[in-house]
Design a protein. Structure first.
Length: 276
């Protein structure tokens, strides 16, 4: 496994792969790797070179405390990459935001203003910038992204369709632990007590899905669900039924819709979603 710590060494290695005619799968991460990331690694098509990035991108944090407290475990992450047959890891040793060429007047899709975009100002612009930066260097044949960060996945699809039409996106189902908690690097910041409560998030989503399919009114169901979550010290930022295609608020029909949640537990922000 080769480790690149700067753009020059990354570019040189990518050029070497491409000169041999190798196909490349890119898996961008922010590190603190868990089984969810390993699921992304495992979905890379056989006989492709797997390239992972490990970089906590300050541009996508609107809260400096959240950025400073984001868990980092580079040496452990590198071992996980070795075990998962990653050929190349790009792990910049310094802040690379000054390297990112910013086009003027970036107009992101409307859906980036919903859900996480309402509270996390600049988040999706930061995601857009860093992923485009990686794509411009690697020009991957395949990329793997998870459905847990569904809004981000839609943004990546927009980016690929607009600028990298030859890249194929592999979207990967959310990986959950034995208690159906969606795996997240932020889970390591939860106390044991809070971690045991986190399973209520998924239980609530599943209950809402069941009741909606029976014809329950969403507004009342939402109110009851938030009350239940907050009685367990899970504080809701948003809880919505949205189109899986546009993220617009759902109409009376639930076709191609999902339930999306962002909440706070122990001051740790968690997101999840399920398809109806």
């Amino acid at each position: 496994m080769h480790i690149a710590n700067d753009r020059k060494s990354l570019s040189e290695k990518i050029k070497e792969y491409k000169s041999r005619g190798d196909k490349i799968t890119l898996i961008p991460t922010m590190g603190n790797l868990h089984q969810g990331h390993q699921a992304l690694f495992s979905k890379a098509p056989k006989n492709t070179i797997k390239v992972a990035t490990i970089y906590v991108n300050p541009l996508q944090f609107n809260d400096n405390d959240d950025y400073q407290n984001y868990p980092k475990s580079l040496q452990t992450d590198l071992e996980v990459c070795r075990q998962n047959n990653i050929s190349l890891v790009y792990a910049p040793e310094e802040d690379i935001t000054h390297e990112i060429v910013t086009e003027k007047n970036i107009d992101l899709p409307k859906f980036t203003r919903y859900l996480c975009g309402q509270k996390r100002e600049g988040h999706f612009l930061g995601v857009y910038k860093i992923v485009k930066y990686f794509f411009n260097i690697v020009n991957p044949d395949f990329v793997c992204f998870g459905k847990k960060d569904y809004q981000q996945l839609l943004l990546i699809k927009y980016l690929v369709n607009t600028y990298f039409p030859k890249t194929h996106i592999i979207d990967v189902e959310t990986v959950r632990d034995a208690n159906n908690i969606a795996l997240s690097s932020r889970l390591t910041r939860l106390s044991k007590e809070s971690l045991s409560s986190a399973c209520i998030i998924y239980e609530t989503l599943q209950n809402m899905k069941s009741e909606l399919l029976k014809g329950a009114m969403f507004d009342k169901l939402k109110e009851e669900s938030i009350e239940h979550l907050e009685s367990n010290d899970i504080y809701v930022e948003y809880l919505d039924v949205r189109s899986l295609i546009t993220l617009e608020e759902a109409t009376d029909k639930l076709n191609s819709c999902g339930i999306f949640i962002a909440c706070h537990l122990d001051d740790v922000r968690l997101i999840d979603n399920i398809e109806i």
